[in-house]
Design a protein around this ligand. Structure first.
Ligand code: ADP
Length: 550
């Protein structure tokens, strides 16, 4: 058979086209940002697009080569949104720096990425002042503020964001980039070893936005008021700064204010109907609402929360459904996967389930979206059946899944076209994915696995517990055994016995933790996830010492 060359136009998919189209299709749709002063800044997609054009000229005046990395150290707000589009669209790569990184890590990734400029929020200037002498390749620092707000700083040379764009033309001649031209860079959090860079290209970012914004996933449209309570400095705020404008949703940026009270005020004043964040964000909102003398449903506009980044506690899913009439949609993804891969969307199937089964499905990681593939593998790298029972290492493929880390590091994560996520999961016969643990957090007790997140979820069934964290620590006989650390809700009487009884109903006897410790607080990453590395280190000999003492 004669093979004819493709007769279709080769039009690259570019992120700059998203905002261009939003300005045309939804010129009056709003972007609202909560500023550090607690003032709200509101403008439209059309106004944003004009400023993005001016910013692109500003970047050109600074000077850069295609593919150069230009970094941001910023919270969620309209200027950061403008940087997303202007930097990538102009042919450079936006490298979002995470302000919660340790000083050494920040220094390391700025140098590793060879960042040329850094756009920084005034509140993060001290972080850069500390490392400035160690990051000689950075040519200038641009402060994300107006001329009248320029702070005193030791950074040098230093420029002002608003001065950079002032007087520039509002019609930039966007370069004709190829679809695989890089546009974004984000580093993994590097809990083991140095952080690794994940580079996104224009096509992967646009495809991710098209699918994740579609009805198979976040289902965005012009009626929506979308609040990403996930930082724009980590994993592109789940791609929402691209997907919301693509589908015409109103965007609400919460600045650096992720506490329950601030989120409540924004949801209420902007009538947010879809919010996104890690479980602790929604726990914080619930704790705030529970502490107030609120009407029955204090957040009537909110209809959906998309929750990923960590396992969803089933109890909280239930609370959101029954107290707030909010659909909790479990999501799964990671930095390496742009990040969204699967979601437990509402469907006729889900709606028909009895409440407890429905909450269980909602707390899962859902089904993989079109274009991506998920599979679980055993120790011999053989695929396991999707029977909801056998657990294995989760691997993924897809047009927005990376095939190599920046500068070719971490080769061991890529085999036969799959990316090894490092997560342990089961897949049900109907395609639902459930993450059981991270491979490095699984507790290996006498050669058998105990899943820390399942134990945590069981513990959260006890109403006294605010947060639960299970870690594996050294044990003289079993190698490792689980211990459970909990923080408590105020005004509740806690009993260890009652907790153990609850656990016994939910997990096998040999899974029961060897110790239950009540602590004041548990450590979180910048994105609000529980982080276990420090705890594992701190408590590694806890049981050994107990055995010695007894
Ligand atoms: P880090 O947490 O190291 O900053 P990522 O933001 O890339 O990095 O997080 C990805 C990880 O978060 C996944 O590998 C997985 O372990 C965890 N995760 C994400 N979504 C879920 C979910 N729905 N259930 C359980 N764990 C999840």
């Amino acid at each position: 058979m004669t093979m004819h060359p493709s007769a279709m136009m080769a039009m690259p998919l570019l992120t700059s086209d998203i905002i261009k189209s939003a300005a045309l299709r939804y010129p009056n749709q709003e972007i609202v940002s909560l500023l550090p002063s607690n003032r709200l800044h509101t403008y439209t997609y059309l106004a944003a697009y004009k400023r993005i054009n001016q910013l692109a000229y500003g970047l050109e005046s600074l000077g850069f080569n295609p593919g150069d990395r230009i970094a941001t150290l910023a919270n969620n707000h309209y200027r950061h949104f403008e940087l997303y589009y202007a930097i990538g669209g102009a042919g450079a790569v936006i490298h979002t720096l995470n302000p919660r990184l340790f000083r050494e890590q920040l220094e390391y990734i700025i140098n590793h990425a060879e960042d040329k400029y850094i756009f920084v929020d005034p509140c993060f200037i001290p972080l850069l002042e500390e490392v400035q002498s160690q990051i000689p390749k950075v040519k200038a620092f641009i402060i994300n503020c107006g001329q009248d707000e320029m702070p005193n700083t030791k950074l040098t040379p230093v420029l002002c964001y608003e001065s950079l764009i002032e007087g520039q033309s509002q019609e930039f001649n966007w370069p004709e980039l190829t679809a695989n031209h890089n546009c974004g860079l984000c580093y993994t959090s590097g809990t083991t070893g140095n952080p690794k860079g994940v580079i996104y290209d224009h096509q992967s970012s646009v495809l991710h936005a098209m699918m994740s914004g579609s009805s198979q996933f976040l289902s965005f449209n012009e009626w929506d008021v979308v609040m990403p309570a996930v930082p724009m400095y980590h994993v592109v705020a789940w791609g929402i700064p691209y997907s919301a404008p693509m589908f015409g949703a109103k965007l609400v940026f919460c600045g650096d204010k992720l506490d329950g009270h601030s989120l409540y005020r924004l949801i209420d004043s902007q009538q947010v109907n879809k919010g996104f964040g890690v479980p602790t964000i929604w726990l914080g909102l619930h704790n705030f609402l529970a502490s107030q003398a609120c009407p029955k449903d204090p957040i009537p506009s909110l209809k959906l929360v998309g929750v990923g980044g960590a396992a969803s506690p089933q109890n909280l899913v239930k609370t959101y459904a029954e107290q707030y009439d909010v659909y909790w949609m479990g999501l799964w993804g990671m930095t390496e996967t742009s990040p969204l891969i699967s979601a437990a969307i509402n469907s006729p199937y889900v709606e028909k389930l009895d409440p407890e089964s429905r909450y269980r499905v909602q707390s899962s990681a859902g089904k993989a979206m079109f274009g991506t593939q998920i599979e679980i593998f055993d120790h011999e790298d053989q695929p396991l059946p999707h029977d909801g029972v056998q657990q294995g290492l989760l691997k993924v493929k897809g047009p927005w899944v990376l095939k190599q880390y920046f500068k070719g590091e971490g080769q061991e994560s890529f085999q036969q076209g799959w990316f090894d996520t490092g997560d342990i999961a089961v897949i049900n016969p109907d395609g639902y994915l459930r993450i059981l643990d991270r491979a490095k957090d699984v507790i290996k007790s006498g050669g058998e696995w105990i899943n820390s997140t399942q134990l945590e979820d069981a513990a959260l069934d006890y109403e006294c517990i605010n947060e639960a964290c299970v870690i594996g620590v050294k044990h003289p006989k079993w190698d490792e055994r689980p211990i459970l650390l909990v923080t408590l809700k105020t005004n509740k009487v806690f009993s260890k016995e009652e907790l153990v009884n609850i656990l016994k109903r939910k997990v096998a006897k040999w899974w029961l933790p060897d110790a239950i410790l009540v602590v004041e607080k548990l450590p979180h990453t910048g994105t609000g996830k529980l982080t276990k590395v420090g705890l594992r280190h701190e408590y590694q000999n806890y049981l050994m010492e107990q055995v010695l003492i007894s």
